[in-house]
Design a protein around this ligand. Structure first.
Ligand SMILES: Cc1ncc(COP(=O)(O)O)c(C=O)c1O
Length: 382
């Protein structure tokens, strides 16, 4: 859906010759975050996974509705400290450098998520107090965790066990609980809550057996709440999810990214050319996947709305594409495809194409410098 302020801004930008552009609707983002907050309050703490969209304007808009921010690099950590100073930060991610560990300890982040026994040893050697969660990647029953199990992230039970003797001699490193992020793109709230139950059913006995002194342990369940790119108006059922989370006495935390910010960012551009090639209709757009890489990264068609414009000129009045059409960008690669063989309502050069669900894993995920095209503009409507 394209909100009215975004549609108006798209037309204004087009008139001013300022396309392509990312447009964000901050009041709508705040309203969405407030709903997520209301649904989860009292059940789980809410952190925002900054990697989904680190723009300072987005962080500040979300700030009143979240308990903290999850970062995955020293760069994100420094940026969050500047954009939303003093807010709790959890620092995750494999391959933390010594410099990143030092940054995380001065001043200490709220939680440091330890990825391996080696990382723990380097942390302990710094001899600075730290509150940590061990990132667990346990073997749990169910298909939905297979992708995590086949990844380098976190520690299986052997890795976790290898942490225990290290911790025994390091009282300055205080384990507060476990961190997990075991699935991705889960649209089904009941299924994600069921995974949370499998995690707690495994994690709490593990903590009880191996770290018995731990009072009121923390369990960070990660993110992974799905955004359905085929049904852009469908939103994860936060109420159902929160209602089905297990009540265990543990302090639960979630750290969604995509499902918080995807809905309120749009990539706005216009059609430069339409053509038929080898039996396929193409609309060539200004910009492309060097600005919005999401559809390539995920292998989907990015949903969009066409805003027709009546323009005159030699190239602007020809026959319209009526679909199905393939929407491509300006890059010299056949992979620069934003949507393939999709119905269009009649597309001519000059028409605006407003890509939806472009608020997460979009600009920051893209290979901006390829071919040295101009960068898009950024508008944060407030
Ligand atoms: C550790 C961790 N937490 C949270 C997230 C956010 O996931 P999502 O944007 O799917 O909610 C990610 C994404 O990669 C992650 O790696």
């Amino acid at each position: 859906m394209v909100t009215e302020p975004v549609r108006a801004e798209a037309l204004r930008l087009a008139g001013a010759g300022e396309l392509p552009a990312y447009v964000y609707d901050l009041p709508a983002l705040r309203a969405h975050a407030a709903r997520v907050r209301a649904a989860t309050a009292g059940t789980a703490e809410l952190y925002y996974a900054v990697k989904a969209n680190p723009a300072a304007e987005i962080l500040r808009a979300l700030d009143p509705y979240v308990d903290g921010f999850e970062v995955a690099s020293g760069g994100e950590l420094a940026h969050v400290r500047e954009a939303v100073p003093g807010r709790p930060v959890a620092f995750s991610g494999p391959g933390k450098t010594d410099a990143e560990l030092d940054l995380a300890l001065a001043p200490p982040v709220h939680r440091l998520h330890v990825e391996s026994p080696g990382e723990l040893a380097r942390l302990i050697a710094r001899d600075i107090p730290a509150d940590v969660l061990l990132r667990a990647n346990p073997e749990l029953p169910g298909e939905d965790t297979r992708q995590a199990a086949a990844s380098p992230f976190g520690m299986d039970e052997d890795g976790l066990a290898a942490c225990l003797p290290l911790l025994a001699g390091a009282p300055h490193v205080r384990v507060r609980g476990l961190h997990t992020h075991l699935t991705w793109a889960q649209h089904d709230a009941a299924a994600l809550a069921a995974l949370a139950r499998r995690v707690t059913d495994w994690a709490l006995p593990w903590l009880g057996a191996h770290l018995p002194g731990l009072d009121h342990p923390e369990l960070d369940l990660g993110g992974g709440m799905g955004v359905d790119y085929r049904a852009p108006d469908q939103v994860f059922d936060w109420r159902a999810y929160a209602a089905a989370l297990p009540a265990t006495g543990a302090r639960l935390r979630i750290e969604p990214g995509r499902s918080l910010t995807a809905y309120h960012g749009w990539y706005v551009t216009d059609v430069l050319d339409v053509k038929r090639n080898h039996g396929r209709d193409y609309a060539v757009l200004r910009g492309g996947t060097h600005h919005l890489r999401t559809p390539v990264a995920r292998g989907h068609d990015q949903p969009f709305t066409v805003v027709p414009r009546t323009l005159t000129g030699p190239a602007l009045t020809g026959p319209a594409l009526t679909g199905p059409a393939t929407l491509v960008g300006q890059l010299c690669t056949p992979r620069d495809v934003l949507a393939r063989d999709v119905p269009v309502p009649g597309l001519r050069p000059g028409d605006l194409v407003v890509f939806e669900l472009a608020g997460a894993y979009a600009w920051s995920l893209s290979h901006h410098n390829f071919l040295m095209h101009p960068r898009p503009r950024f508008r944060y409507l407030d």
